[in-house]
Design a protein around this ligand. Structure first.
Ligand code: ZN
Length: 111
């Protein structure tokens, strides 16, 4: 199955698996298997390529998700590793202090 044809039809023309299968004269499952094999994603304009802030590998995510955060990770292990870094803990120090202050304030109010 031709990768360029598949990529164009599935990613840029947003065609369904069934309509591609009809053109090629094969089953929808065959088209799906080829798309998985080539790693083709549906609707490419919605996706963005980025470099993982954890390990530096290339990854892809939805643009709508990408703009929501300043740091980007390509998977949970990279994010978990970042959470244990001193850099992350320092950034959360103010939150921790605020939480303790509010708890103390609530105790005083209850008395
Ligand atoms: Zn990573």
């Amino acid at each position: 199955m031709d990768e360029t044809f598949l990529r164009t039809a599935y990613t840029f023309n947003n065609r369904t698996l069934q309509s591609i299968a009809d053109d090629l004269g094969c089953s929808r499952q065959n088209v799906w298997a080829a798309i998985k094999r080539y790693g083709i994603k549906h609707n490419a304009e919605k996706w963005i390529a980025f470099t993982c802030d954890g390990c530096g590998k290339l990854g892809s995510m939805l643009k709508t998700q990408f703009v929501k955060s300043t740091l980007h990770f390509h998977g949970k292990p990279c994010y978990t590793q970042y959470q244990h870094s001193p850099e992350f803990r320092e950034g959360r120090a103010a939150e921790r202090i605020a939480r303790v202050t509010i708890e103390e304030q609530n105790k005083i109010n209850r008395i």
